[in-house]
Design a protein around this ligand. Structure first.
Ligand SMILES: Cc1cc2nc3c(=O)[nH]c(=O)nc-3n(C[C@H](O)[C@H](O)[C@H](O)COP(=O)(O)OP(=O)(O)OC[C@H]3O[C@@H](n4cnc5c(N)ncnc54)[C@H](O)[C@@H]3O)c2cc1C
Length: 332
């Protein structure tokens, strides 16, 4: 967070003001229940957190607080979903599977996270897939208010879906829906570039969110001549009386997942699973589906430390948090 907050112009001196303001707010809110002991405990906790954030900011001193990038391509794939390519003005190091926060010049200081939809490439160009959810938001500005030649700002990359430099040679199961495909696209490109590593990769792409699988031509082309990759897609079904997003909307994908897990029952304990489920959908409405997927993986014997995700909603189901999952995969 200390590294990331530099994009907002936060400097170490601001933390003193933050500490004073927070303690004052707590004191006012707690009223007669506020004691010297309580204040000391809060101060200890705050200073511990602040020192970690200052350390994070210090460690990132050699890199810019944010990166300006020029939009080199902007393509509509559906009326509300655009694929943007941008070229940062300074080198931008990241790992496949990570996300960056983006700021549009139309909404200064409003930053929102988006997956980097490509593995690092020598030409330095980055790809993002953005689905506009509501008028006036950052996604809307990126989809409907951005043109080739315009600029955006990027934060430092983050995320728990990143593969380490050398991916473990275990089986990999990628489960994606909506713009979560962006993260898995990057992971596939990264695995493909590591030709010396033996992988068996399965991708379950649920196209029933939003307007379906919007990058199908790329996927069709990519899977050709890559026998290590198995792709299963769930397409939108015609709307029934309850509509495609009714209470049973996640069932076909879960049925496919059950089948995949049953195919090689003994292999579950060794595989790594990466979940990138429709990040553009409000978290509350995705929680049930996410939990259903995580519970099935756990029941099939996938260890919690092998389930990678960026979603706080899964913490407690998989037994790991979004940040600890990353540590679980990191190779030496
Ligand atoms: C790790 C991660 C990766 C992501 N990657 C992508 C990606 O690759 N592509 C992508 O498109 N998205 C991605 N997202 C989701 C994206 O960051 C969010 O959808 C983001 O909030 C959009 O910003 P916004 O300003 O357009 O909308 P926000 O203002 O942030 O609104 C977000 C949601 O809240 C609802 N909302 C907001 N205000 C109101 C209100 N007043 N009343 C009712 N509902 C409201 C909106 O309908 C919307 O669904 C990712 C999210 C995470 C956490």
């Amino acid at each position: 967070m200390g590294r990331d907050h530099r994009k907002l112009g936060v400097r170490p001196a601001h933390f003193d003001a933050f500490e004073v303001a927070l303690i004052e707010a707590l004191r006012m809110r707690a009223g007669a229940r506020w004691t010297g002991e309580l204040e000391d405990a809060w101060l200890r906790m705050l200073r511990l957190a602040v020192s970690a954030m200052v350390r994070g900011a210090d460690e990132a001193i050699a890199e810019p607080p944010s990166w300006e990038a020029t939009v080199t391509s902007h393509e509509f794939r559906t009326p509300h979903l655009a694929v943007l390519r941008v070229r940062p003005h300074q080198p931008y190091a990241f790992r496949a599977g990570q996300y960056a926060s983006l700021e549009s010049p139309l909404l200064e200081q409003a930053w929102r996270p988006y997956y980097l939809a490509c593995a690092p490439h020598p030409d330095g160009e980055l790809e993002f897939h953005v689905r506009a959810q509501r008028a006036d938001g950052v996604s809307d500005a990126l989809v409907h208010g951005t043109r080739v030649g315009g600029t955006v700002r990027l934060s430092a990359p983050r995320g728990a879906l990143a593969l380490p430099e050398r991916t473990p040679s275990a089986d990999v199961l990628l489960i994606a829906s909506g713009t979560g495909w962006a993260a898995t696209k990057a992971l596939l490109q990264h695995i493909d570039s590591e030709r010396s590593r033996a992988h068996r990769v399965r991708l379950l792409l649920d196209g029933r969110t939003g307007e379906g699988v919007y990058d199908a031509a790329y996927l069709e082309d990519f899977r050709l001549g890559r026998p290590w990759l198995t792709v299963l897609t769930c397409q939108a079904e015609p709307a029934g009386p309850a509509g495609p997003a009714g209470p049973s909307a996640d069932r076909p994908a879960l049925r496919v997942l059950d089948k995949m897990l049953a195919q090689r029952p003994g292999a579950a304990a060794r595989q790594h699973v990466f979940l990138a489920l429709a990040p553009e959908v409000p978290e509350a409405s995705m929680t049930d589906s996410l939990r259903a997927v995580a519970a099935r993986l756990a029941a099939a014997g996938v260890p919690a430390s092998h389930i990678h995700h960026d979603t706080a909603a899964l913490t407690g189901v998989t037994g790991t948090s979004a940040s600890t999952t990353r540590t679980g995969l990191r190779s030496a």
